[in-house]
Design a protein around this ligand. Sequence first.
Ligand SMILES: Nc1ncnc2c1ncn2[C@@H]1O[C@H](COP(=O)(O)OP(=O)(O)OP(=O)(O)O)[C@@H](O)[C@H]1O
Length: 629
Amino acid sequence: MLRTPLPWLAALLVAYLLVPLVAFLVRAPGQGGSATAAPGVGDALRTSLITATISTAVVTLLGVPLGYLLARSSSRTAGALGVAVQLPLALPPLMSGILLIYLVGPYTTIGQFFNGALTDSATGVVLAQCFVAAPFLVVSARSAFAAVDPAQLDVAATLGHGTLSRTLRVALPIAARGIRAGMLLAWLRAFGEFGATIVLAYHPYTLPVFTYVQFSSTGLAATTVPVLVTLGAALVVLLIADRGPARRAHRRRPVRLPAPRPPALSQGPVLDFAMAARLGGFGLAVEHRGAGRNLAILGASGSGKSATLRLLAGVLKPQAAEISLGGRDLAALPAERRGIGYLPQHPTLLPHLRVWEQVTFGVGADPALAAFWLDRLKLTDLADRYPDQLSGGQARRVGLARALAREPRLLLLDEPFAGLDAPVRDELRRLLRTVLRETTLTSVLVTHDPDDAALLSQDTLLFADGAVLQDGPTRAVLTHPAGPAAARLLGVRNIAHGHVGADGVLASGPLRIALPEAALNTPAWQHTKAPTAVAWCVQPHDVRLVAAGGTAAIVDDVAHLGPVAELLLRLGGDDGSDAIDSDGDAIDSIGHTVGHELTVTVPSGQEPEIGDRCEVDVPGAAVIVWPEV
Ligand SMILES: Nc1ncnc2c1ncn2[C@@H]1O[C@H](COP(=O)(O)OP(=O)(O)OP(=O)(O)O)[C@@H](O)[C@H]1O
């Protein structure tokens, strides 16, 4: 028994559409004699086939650019235009014909210019068909172009392709399926057009007009042949369209790779930039003065990391920008002339190209160099594959090979490991580290993971809400974050508030930590006077469990993380001292006996049980303190 009414509803519509056809086909043989009563059917068929094909060609030629422009523009004019061009769909075709009379009728300027040849002629038939069929093509083309990922066009720009080349080699092939569907609809609509045609061009007869004339002069029986012919022609076109282009892989020969050539090694140029941009309500201002060749940008989601890369790539318009790469000003150049390799967040391989065609897609890409990178990135065996035959990690590697095959001066990588599982991520990270070391490439890597920064950069820039929090050598940034927000971005677990007394002792909840002289001998402390309100942090692996002489704590949780166990300790036991939550803000402990929480890691096997009492020591040398502002 069917549990849903959906099949019934669908079956009802199918029956409604097909039963008249079946009834006609059942009765048609009995009216076979009427075939001789339709002597003009051949001419009408020819007229319909020719005019429908010409109309489809015309609306395709004009409608594809219109669909492209409508899809790419978000202006109000484009929106209004998009609605207006669909008007013929809403009008009864007869009225469309009447409207056309006002444009090309024999008494209009255009009509007189052509001596009335635009009506009652094959040209008139084409004009009528174009009017009613064009919206089908425009709407299909617009949706097809709207589905093209703008990042694919951005990447093509960074690969050296100008506007026309991007349209023809990226947007058009990707939208081709939708455009083909639109062409089919337009052809069928033109082939079946009656209302506008009969007003604008009664002669020469098209099949629908011929059928109508037969019906009104001789009766139903005389329509059998024209209806059969119309059905046959439409069926043939539908079958041809349904077959589509032959499966691409079967048509192409296997790729023969040229002998590989390694990249020429030269010292990577120094990158400096200062840029400002506005994205809707989001403002971005970022500056970096490079020391190392490889920069990592770390920041929370939505902080402006990808926007920074897009500004560097030249695919996002800045309010102001200075970008100097080895002393050369990039900001004045369009994306296609910046000589940049850009890997956006999502793989942006072109669905119609095989791996080999992808990696040689860039303008000026050297096939020998492409072959080298295919080999180095372990892609040689995949050279014949299409993107939908690759895994996520393989697709990222192809994107990387494509960027490298043009020998870029600067490589921009937007979260290249996002969404990959741990082994694939580790392999790709190792490969990338090797590539950066071997090529002396200058690079900017956007990531959420401090480990990526540690492995793949010499400089790190921390980012929050569109502004720079900290910029400096990676080792210094990772070990000495400039403030609690920077520490939080780097994944530091124990961040809290407290006071440093004149004796240099940090008091925070029940903890008393003697700070070394060096911790307070920094520029940040020069204008402060004890006792000073501070924020502070310590890494879990720096905190020690001690047998005696430490701060009392209770084990609240134990997580086993392979070689180490991570403990969540509640400090102060049950003495009711001020509590500090995990974000570092003091919270009222009235009614609770919760102490200051601390996360600690110990070698696996040495961890206590949940609920155990223990004592902890926080070494002053491992603590970072920042005066509260
Ligand atoms: N085309 C746009 N129009 C309006 N706002 C935008 C546009 N693109 C990005 N934004 C906004 O700009 C801000 C920064 O976006 P961006 O993509 O640079 O963030 P991100 O740091 O890379 O984040 P994630 O790590 O999640 O990728 C976000 O608030 C986002 O909503």
